[in-house]
Write a protein that binds this ligand. Structure first.
Ligand SMILES: [Zn+2]
Length: 272
């Protein structure tokens, strides 16, 4: 998503907004300020915070949450009823950006924010950016959360910007069980988690910067995510998984759990 923000910034910064068009009634999450305060203003920059894209027009900022199936892309056709269309930004130079969301969840959305977006919904509850953490900062976060490390890494309120794929990849690279209790990791393990976060983010960024559009998570580089049943590139063991409704924990038993195959024993599996 960082690479996508950079691409949009390069292509659209400086363009003046003509109008914002919600295409689905659930798309616009705020009433005040009205989008028209940004009309006629230049897009100052496109940024990213957590899993959100920020379109900053100076007088107000559009915060766009893509969720899982969402995309924000150049709208070549500008058809009246675009497939999966949620919202559209039309610029004075004739170009447009389109927010789409595949699937039926309808969880993508747009917030128009007056003032500092960091201090308001939906960004105000986000934890620090994963790539901004130092060893002491990460150690403090982990020590204060007695939860599974995989769940913690996915929780945007604790650490922003990782998500399901990188939670899997970070645990694998750090050689830590995804079910390990975050608060019980020793200093060396925390160090490995930090190093793995940096390497995994940089690998993904390098890959995405080489592309024209947002990649799907299956295409991105990785050792375990979307590689279930494959041989672990580190040790050759078979990558295994624990399946949940909304995500899959993927891991290598030899690298991460001393060879133990994980079973979910919280019984919440069937309730989620
Ligand atoms: Zn392995």
């Amino acid at each position: 998503m960082q690479a996508h923000a950079e691409r949009l910034d390069t292509a659209f910064a400086g363009a003046r907004l003509k109008r914002f068009v919600p295409l689905a009634f659930t798309a616009l999450k705020t009433a005040v300020p009205a989008p028209d305060v940004t009309y006629g203003h230049e897009l100052v920059f496109v940024g990213r915070r957590g899993k959100h894209l920020l379109l900053d027009f100076g007088v107000a900022t559009y915060v766009v949450h893509l969720m899982q199936g969402g995309r924000l892309k150049v709208d070549e056709k500008q058809s009246a009823k675009p497939r999966f269309g949620q919202a559209r930004w039309v610029f004075e130079d004739g170009r447009a950006l389109l927010l789409t969301e595949a699937g039926t969840e309808r969880r993508a959305g747009v917030w128009v924010i007056d003032g500092d977006p960091e201090e308001q919904e939906p960004l105000d509850h986000l934890g620090p950016e994963a790539d901004s953490l130092d060893l002491d900062g990460l150690a403090a976060l982990l020590a204060s959360h007695s939860v599974r490390i995989h769940g913690l890494l996915r929780d945007q309120r604790i650490i922003a910007g990782l998500g399901r794929r990188l939670a899997n990849e970070v645990c694998h690279r750090a050689q830590i069980s995804p079910f390990a209790n975050a608060s019980k990791l020793d200093r060396d393990e925390v160090k490995r988690v930090l190093e793995s976060i940096r390497v995994c983010i940089n690998e993904g960024l390098a890959y995405d910067r080489g592309r024209d559009d947002m990649s799907s998570s299956a295409d991105r580089p990785g050792n375990v995510h979307h590689r279930i049943g494959d041989a672990c590139p580190v040790c050759g063991d078979v990558i295994r998984s624990v399946e949940y409704n909304r995500y899959t924990v993927a891991y290598c038993p030899t690298c991460q759990t001393g060879g133990k195959v994980l079973a979910d024993n919280t019984t919440s599996k069937f309730l989620k």
